[in-house]
Ligand binder design. Structure first.
Ligand SMILES: Cc1cc2nc3c(=O)[nH]c(=O)nc-3n(C[C@H](O)[C@H](O)[C@H](O)COP(=O)(O)OP(=O)(O)OC[C@H]3O[C@@H](n4cnc5c(N)ncnc54)[C@H](O)[C@@H]3O)c2cc1C
Length: 512
């Protein structure tokens, strides 16, 4: 390790001296109990659009190591520190150009479950898929709120929100942690909760890494089911789809499905974007004769899941399911179902990952666009975006499903549109090297066109996993929360050392 850093210092002499100073460089060499990883792992992310040139990629083992790195950076006038979870951002959010990147996956990843108290203490760098396997496999319990894909770190999703089909009932992942250990931009290691250092706790959750690096989180658990009845039903009309989706997510707690999502697909036989993307197993087929002749260029699929125990009789599960589905107005005959294990259900995107890797499209660029759109404007969004700009699909899923604002604590940092109901819209574009679709550049331009059309049409939206290159953009994003966001920055990271890849504050911003 020392040899590596010596070589690194030699190769980067000018940068190290000007950024760290010779004394600090020596400290980096000898004092820090951190090891260095290959820089090439920290200069790109899942998006594949941004590239950066970090000074060092460091692998701390605990919060004390992280604090040393932050304090070291504080002694230089320019250095920044980016926590990098699994690098699954798409716009360089976990990068630090000419700064220090901290690999949080190297933190002690022991998962400590207290099943009696229904909580687990997990590292900020733990992958959610490891949390799932450990909690279910050893203790029969599981977190309540997930993301669709679990190859993401706990700290990475808590910095944003962490949203999936359970969020309508339990709130996002940020609502399902009760305590955090955080290294602030002042280099302090602090434990915080809603009653201890609450301003730090609320700030960090959804805080885009701006106020501290999460080194441990206490996650709320529930008993894990064994099985999931997974269903998909198809709609021709967006108004029917939204009415039914909203009715499912607004039923009294415990009286609905355990998971509700939805997606838009192209009304054609296109293998990736069209009818074949709907059935849940390869033996089921989509009977396009059931689609109304009046249907437009896109159709809608409501997806839901019901938990059950393996000892439940099939008729009990059927009865519960039919009661929940009674009154839904989907196209008869366009209903698909599968029974899968709970862990298999939560790891469903892992299979997509493996298939995409085999086809060479997992590592290709991902110009993704994620938005929260208010219920008030979601029909306009459908008309302007799904039925018009995206009527031929995007080469990947187009998710759209409702969430409830009352499940999101407004003291946290996430910015949301107005109204109790808003929709998550996720345009998860994949660039296939073998298809004649849009180029990456054209996809980025199309994303900009979507945002511009939303603005022109007066659609109330907020970017999820936001990215702006100007302070004006961030001010607009946070709206009346901007002052609070700045105040928290002044308090917890006054020199703006942390998460420079978000491009919100520049180093020593208060003095410039
Ligand atoms: C295939 C795929 C599927 C996805 N599905 C979903 C989904 O269903 N729902 C959803 O909500 N999101 C989803 N996302 C988005 C994902 O939640 C975010 O991109 C998340 O930031 C990725 O986690 P990461 O560990 O890779 O974080 P990184 O990309 O490494 O980091 C993201 C940001 O968080 C900061 N950060 C990282 N770790 C910490 C920490 N410990 N403490 C403080 N700040 C930290 C970084 O500095 C950076 O600013 C998906 C992304 C991908 C690629």
């Amino acid at each position: 390790m020392i040899a590596y850093i010596e070589r690194f210092v030699h190769e980067n002499e000018n940068d190290v001296d000007s950024n760290l100073g010779p004394d600090s460089a020596a400290e980096l060499l000898s004092d820090l109990r951190v090891s260095a990883a290959a820089l090439s792992d920290a200069d790109k992310d899942f998006g594949g659009i941004q590239l950066s040139n970090p000074l060092a990629f460091l692998r701390p083992s605990d919060a004390a190591d992280v604090a040393k790195i932050v304090r070291l950076a504080a002694r230089s006038p320019h250095l920044t520190v980016a926590a990098r979870g699994n690098g699954h951002s798409v716009n360089g959010q976990a990068m630090a150009h000419r700064g220090l990147v901290v690999d949080t996956t190297s933190l002690d990843c022991a998962i400590r479950v207290d099943a009696a108290a229904m909580r687990a203490d997990v590292s900020g760098g733990a992958l959610w898929e490891d949390v799932l396997r450990h909690c279910v496999g050893f203790h029969g319990v599981a977190p309540r709120s997930w993301t669709d894909y679990l190859g993401l770190t706990v700290g990475g999703t808590l910095s944003n929100a962490g949203v999936s089909g359970q969020a309508f009932a339990h709130g996002p992942q940020t609502e399902n942690v009760t305590e955090l250990e955080v290294v602030t931009g002042n280099g302090d290691v602090s434990v915080c909760s809603s009653s201890q250092n609450p301003e730090l706790f609320f700030g960090v959750l959804g805080g885009l890494g701006q106020f501290g690096i999460v080194t441990r989180a206490r996650v709320v658990l529930q008993p894990a089911p064994d099985m999931v009845r997974w269903i998909r039903v198809v709609y021709t009309r967006f108004s029917d789809f939204t009415r039914d989706s909203e009715s499912l997510v607004t039923r009294p707690d415990g009286d609905s499905f355990d998971y509700v999502e939805g997606f838009v697909f192209v009304n054609s036989d296109d293998l990736v974007n069209g009818w074949p993307s709907v059935p849940l197993d390869r033996y089921a087929s989509f009977d396009s004769g059931r689609v109304s002749a009046l249907a437009g260029p896109v159709l809608y699929c409501l997806e839901a899941a019901l938990h059950y125990k393996s000892e439940d009789s099939p008729s009990t599960v059927d009865t519960r399911l039919e009661r929940l589905m009674g009154g839904l107005t989907f196209e008869k005959g366009l209903r698909f179902a599968a029974d899968v294990g709970y862990v298999e259900f939560l790891l469903r995107v892992k299979q997509v990952e493996e298939e995409a890797k085999a086809k060479g499209i997992w590592a290709a660029p991902h110009p993704w666009l994620n938005l929260f759109v208010s219920k008030r404007d979601i029909c306009d969004f459908d008309r302007v975006v799904f039925k018009d700009i995206l009527k031929h699909g995007i080469g990947g899923p187009m998710l759209v499903y409702p969430l409830r604002r009352s499940k999101w604590d407004s003291r946290k940092s996430v910015a949301l549109p107005e109204g109790e109901i808003f929709y998550l819209v996720a345009l998860l574009r994949f660039c296939s090297p073998y298809q004649n679709g849009l180029s990456v550049h054209q996809m980025v331009v199309q994303n900009q066109e979507i945002l511009q059309r939303c603005t022109d049409s007066g659609i109330d939206y907020k970017l999820y996993l936001p990215h702006y290159s100007t302070v004006e953009g961030w001010k607009r994003h946070f709206g009346n929360q901007w002052t609070r966001f700045q105040e928290r920055k002044k308090r917890f990271d006054p020199m703006a050392i942390l998460a420079p890849g978000q491009k919100i504050f520049s180093r020593n911003w208060q003095h410039s």
